[in-house]
Design a protein around this ligand. Structure first.
Ligand SMILES: Cc1cc2nc3c(=O)[nH]c(=O)nc-3n(C[C@H](O)[C@H](O)[C@H](O)COP(=O)(O)OP(=O)(O)OC[C@H]3O[C@@H](n4cnc5c(N)ncnc54)[C@H](O)[C@@H]3O)c2cc1C
Ligand code: SF4
Ligand code: SF4
Length: 1003
């Protein structure tokens, strides 16, 4: 055996440059070597951060082959990466990082007879399952990150899903792996019988030596390898002497691909992975067992699993409380509760026969009665109610991670697995350990297999490191006492590799090192993971190293909500401003991103439209948050917040606020972008073209006086091209048309003292599309409301100029100017606010500013009250309808079908449903909602020549194709002015505001 050779790490800049140059000459993929790019790949969902040498996004597998060759020559390590959602630091290191997720993501072949599918490593699990669904099969390792994690990453980590009790872990579901070894050898790893053993080939030698190690360590394996189903630490040396409670293979013969599963990219690079498929279960039922004590829930799990459920998942009382406080989850969780339980278990039964599943629920009821808890089961039979409750469970970690302040729930013992008979005792004792160290944890997840997730709250910039070690040591003693596995789901990485020797003993540890050296004698592949690792608490590797601090900054928006102290023991946070953030809370808001990768979304929701098009980490909410974090903490050089690097990462952020709602920890990048633009324009001033658009509310009255002049741009040949050159206004776009007949020039308004409702006409619906405001006024009046039209306060110095929410200023970072506009609005509406009269608006991005940005501009209590009294037109009507007070008489329209596109800000404020509600009041109208992300226009974004292409690509993701598919007599509805413009430009169809639809339907 060769002695292991530690790779000479090439971190000096000129060596980095050599690697970059060589790669540039030889590969087709994308090279990301700038400081910002490296910073964005320096972290995953763990507590660690290591600057990689550089990043390659391979275009094809040949790029990987070439990169390996160059790295071997330059002795530069390499790390494969999928979604980067690992919790233990598996994907961070001083190496060339290869991101598989952008290009290496195809299905290679499907064999329904053999029930297998072969894929490239970068394919996302949900994408694979969506592709498989029409064939009636699925890949059943259903991890919580299914929408982000890749099959390569799942294989690397030996991932496990909620239904592992029925289907097993990755190791039970991988059939074969085509791999590239560190020395360039390519081979197929599969059943031992199919592998060379006798010849002198490199693979033959490896196989023989592995078999020898397996034989030699037979007894040690029996002795040391935990018997739990959930055991993902170390190498799967027990393929030669299986210890898992579930067989790895049907015939009991070793499959050498299983050794690569869970090896975290340290043994080989997966090129193609063949997976075992399962039939899609057609019938599922869910029994929710309510427990008066947490201990009983844990103690009775062992009995519940005897009923052969597909899943048994825990939600504890803290999580129940948090879910009850969350409007998105409240009704769902309430339905599952009987009284005030301390914990619930979600028990799923799945199969083909509904009657059998229902019978299982009866058995569950009987069992709970026998165990002394009669009538403790809530039965959820319909797929919709089951799906809703599962979404609460799957959001558990994210609900927990939304905790503000410096103390964060830290993942390092969060997936220990213990045999079910010890679960109750284990959880009690571990909770005592937390209390001893002044912290606490929330429990949830996979009770069925004894793997409960729990994260004590620690402050890694202060005493988190030492506490982490102390708790890990005491927790490990419990795991040993109960013959469990220290790593039952998330793998080893940097946080747990140190514990591999502890778990498997010195002898098997030595065997692991032998295996590593057999595959990778040069130590090229993901060094420092599983074997020869650093200490888990090597503080220099932390993302928040002790002493980490953000540079002081005078923020223009109020971020104090994030600047709070926190108490790990009670999991409570102090008042806004009680923290010690030198940026007033901006840094803390940025640091809320824990890198879980939930923003790598493609299918549902809005977030993050720019990433959906480019698939670049730089254009992901996570990539942006990481860039900002590095910038504010000085890791991208001095004054980096106002640098090109930061501007570049925010450039394609369309401020859709998708992240504000969909990011589990509430990273609000749209607001952060406003702050950064403000800081930048303070330093460098503002470009003429941005100023032109930002100041629109100032010059709009002139445009309305001389519309012919302002509309010339689209009439005279050559002018669009000129304005493109001068102002970056795309010549391919028509501009909105100015008109004399503005809404305010013709609106009737009841006197203030008679008002039931105040109609706020924004700049767009007053000047450009006044028919919407007219329609809204007509509908409100028809419904019997006394409508007062909002006007500037008599003391306003600019009282002739209409009110404006300041949105165009905010979009350019002109916060001071936006504050002036906002103050005008608050002052003008003050008397109505005090009387509790609702304020109704039409343009989502304008009206919803009153509920969002107005709250962080230091406008005082009146603004707070206004935020609670401001409604979109449709929200107001829908509320009235729900209260039974809406008197609107509507008749059928000529059109019977309508297609609705929600504006991003409507989606961010859960304000699409009200549009559906009011449209539902029109007799015989069948309304379908387009499942779309951002339309791509996003205010001025899509008008800019530099953004035109990306804007159209965003529109083409779902909105424009759906519009084109709609029949000519389908009514197209979109409340956003820019959405309507995008539909016009991209699909040559006209969409209208819901106010107009209702007006047309007035009886
Ligand atoms: C909120 C949250 C919930 C989670 N829930 C679960 C859960 O329910 N179950 C679970 O098991 N895990 C869970 N995880 C952990 C993580 O999501 C999974 O381990 C996931 O499978 C990792 O996939 P990925 O694509 O992000 O892999 P990455 O993190 O990118 O990589 C994982 C490992 O695979 C290696 N790798 C990637 N591609 C290759 C390749 N081509 N060749 C060789 N090695 C490769 C990497 O080097 C790394 O060691 C969760 C994480 C988070 C943040
Ligand atoms: S931005 Fe939000 S969703 Fe994206 S990784 Fe960070 S915390 Fe997760
Ligand atoms: S505001 Fe929209 S575009 Fe910007 S980061 Fe958030 S989701 Fe992405």
């Amino acid at each position: 055996m060769n002695a292991p050779v530690a790779p000479t790490i090439i971190h000096a800049d000129h060596q980095r440059n050599t690697l970059a140059r060589r790669l540039e000459q030889e590969v087709q993929g994308e090279l990301l070597f700038s400081r910002g790019d490296r910073g964005r790949y320096a972290t995953d969902a763990s507590i660690y951060q290591i600057d990689p040498i550089g990043v390659l996004v391979p275009k094809n597998f040949n790029d990987v082959i070439i990169a390996r060759e160059i790295c071997a020559e330059l002795e530069a390590p390499l790390i494969m990466r999928g979604g980067g959602t690992s919790q233990c630091g598996q994907t961070v290191g001083e190496a060339l990082v290869l991101d598989n997720s952008k290009f290496l993501n195809k299905v290679i072949s499907l064999d329904l007879d053999a029930m297998t599918v072969t894929v490239e490593p970068g394919i996302v699990l949900d994408h694979l399952n969506a592709w498989l669904r029409p064939h009636g099969v699925w890949f059943p390792v259903d991890v919580s990150t299914a929408a982000q994690c890749t099959i390569g990453g799942m294989t690397g980590n030996n991932s496990c899903g909620s239904r592992s009790i029925q289907y097993g872990n990755m190791v039970h579901n991988v059939a074969a792996i085509d791999a590239l070894l560190a020395d360039g050898t390519q081979a197929s790893f599969g059943p031992l019988a199919t592998m060379p053993q006798d010849d002198t080939s490199r693979i033959g030698q490896i196989v023989r030596q592995l078999m020898e190690i397996g034989r030699r360590e037979h007894d040690e394996i029996t002795q040391q390898v935990p018997k739990t189903l959930r055991r993902v630490g170390g190498y799967n040396i027990d393929i030669f002497n299986p210890q898992s409670s579930r067989p790895y293979t049907a015939d009991g013969q070793p499959n050498l691909a299983h050794l690569l599963v869970g090896s975290e990219g340290t043994l080989a690079i997966s090129k193609q992975i063949t997976l075992k498929l399962a039939p899609l279960p057609t019938e599922k039922v869910l029994g929710v067992v309510n427990f008066p004590t947490f201990y009983q829930a844990m103690d009775m799990t062992q009995h519940i699993v005897t009923l052969d459920p597909a899943a048994v998942e825990l939600i504890d009382n803290t999580m129940i409380r948090l879910a009850l406080e969350n409007p998105a989850f409240k009704t769902t969780i309430e339905k599952a509760l009987i009284g005030d339980p301390e914990a619930v278990l979600l028990v799923e039964f799945a199969g083909d026969n509904k009657a059998e599943r229902i019978a299982k629920l009866k058995q569950l009821n009987d069992l709970m009665g026998d165990l002394g808890l009669p009538n403790s089961v809530v039965e959820l039979i319909t797929p919709a109610e089951q799906k809703a409750l599962w979404s609460v469970r799957k959001s558990a970690l994210n609900i927990m991670m939304s905790m503000r302040g410096d103390g964060k729930p830290v993942s390092f013992i969060e997936d220990c697995a213990v045999p079910l008979e010890h679960l109750a005792e284990y959880t009690t004792k571990l909770t005592d350990i937390f209390h001893k160290h002044g912290t606490n944890g929330t429990w949830y997840a996979h009770a069925s297999v004894g793997t409960l997730h729990v994260r004590p709250i620690l402050d890694m910039r202060r005493d988190g490191g030492p506490k982490m070690r102390a708790i890990a040591e005491e927790a490990s003693a419990l795991v040993r006492q109960y013959k469990g596995a220290f790593s039952g789901e998330h793998g080893d990485g940097l946080v747990r590799s140190e514990w591999v020797a502890w778990q498997f003993g010195p002898r098997l540890m030595k065997a692991f090192e032998e295996i590593k050296d057999l595959f990778d004698p040069q130590g090229l592949l993901n060094p420092g993971k599983i074997v020869r690792s650093p200490k888990m608490d090597a503080a220099e590797l932390f993302r928040f190293t002790p002493g980490y601090e953000a540079k002081a900054m005078n923020s223009a928006l109020d971020w104090s909500r994030w600047n709070v102290s926190s108490d790990p023991a009670t999991q409570s946070t102090g008042d806004p401003g009680s923290g010690d953030d030198a940026t007033g809370g901006f840094a803390k808001a940025v640091e809320m991103c824990n890198n879980n990768g939930h923003c790598r979304k493609f299918d549902s929701g809005t977030m993050c439209p720019s990433y959906r098009v480019t698939r670049d980490e730089r254009h992901l909410t996570r990539g942006r948050a990481n860039t900002l974090r590095l910038a504010i903490s000085g890791q991208l050089g001095p004054d980096a917040l106002t640098s090109e690097e930061v501007a570049d990462s925010l450039d394609l952020c369309v401020s859709c606020k998708g992240c504000k709602r969909e990011c589990p920890t509430g990273v609000d990048m749209a607001k952060m972008k406003i702050e950064v633009l403000y800081q930048r324009q303070k330093k460098y001033g503002i470009k003429l073209k941005d100023k032109l658009i930002a100041t629109m509310p100032q010059w709009a009255p002139w445009a309305a006086k001389f519309p012919w002049l302002f509309n010339l741009r689209d009439k005279i040949p050559g002018v669009p091209q000129l304005t493109e050159k001068l102002f970056d206004l795309s010549a391919k776009r028509s501009l909105p048309r100015w008109r004399k007949d503005t809404f305010l020039s013709q609106a009737s308004s009841v006197p203030a003292q008679d008002a039931d409702v105040v109609l706020f006409a924004d700049t767009f619906n007053n000047y450009l599309e006044s028919e919407n405001a007219i329609a809204a006024h007509a509908v409100l009046t028809a419904a019997g409301y006394q409508v007062h039209v909002a006007q500037a306060h008599p003391d306003d110095q600019e009282k002739q100029r209409p009110l404006c929410c300041g949105r165009t200023y905010l979009a350019a970072g002109l916060i001071d100017e936006a504050k002036v506009e906002a103050k005008r609005v608050v002052t003008a509406l003050g008397p109505f606010i005090e009387k509790g009269i609702p304020v109704v608006g039409l343009e989502p991005s304008c009206l919803l500013s009153l509920r969002d940005e107005f709250l962080v501009m230091g406008l005082g209590d009146l603004a707070d009250k206004l935020s609670r009294q401001s409604f979109l037109f449709e929200e107001f009507l829908a509320n009235e309808h729900h209260n039974g007070t809406l008197k609107l008489s509507l008749t059928p329209l000529p059109q019977k079908q309508a297609l609705l596109h929600g504006h991003c800000h409507q989606k961010a404020f859960d304000a699409v449903k009200p549009v559906q509600t009011v449209l539902g009041l029109i007799p015989d109208l069948n309304v379908s909602l387009i499942e779309s992300s951002c339309c791509g226009m996003a205010g001025a974004f899509g008008y800019e020549a530099s953004h035109y292409d990306i804007s159209m690509k965003m529109g083409e993701l779902s909105l424009l194709p759906a519009i084109r598919d709609a029949s000519d007599d389908t009514l197209l509805i979109a409340d956003g002015t820019s959405c309507r413009h995008q539909i016009h430009d991209g699909a040559q169809r006209e969409a209208i505001h819901v106010a107009q639809v209702l007006q047309q339907a007035l009886a």
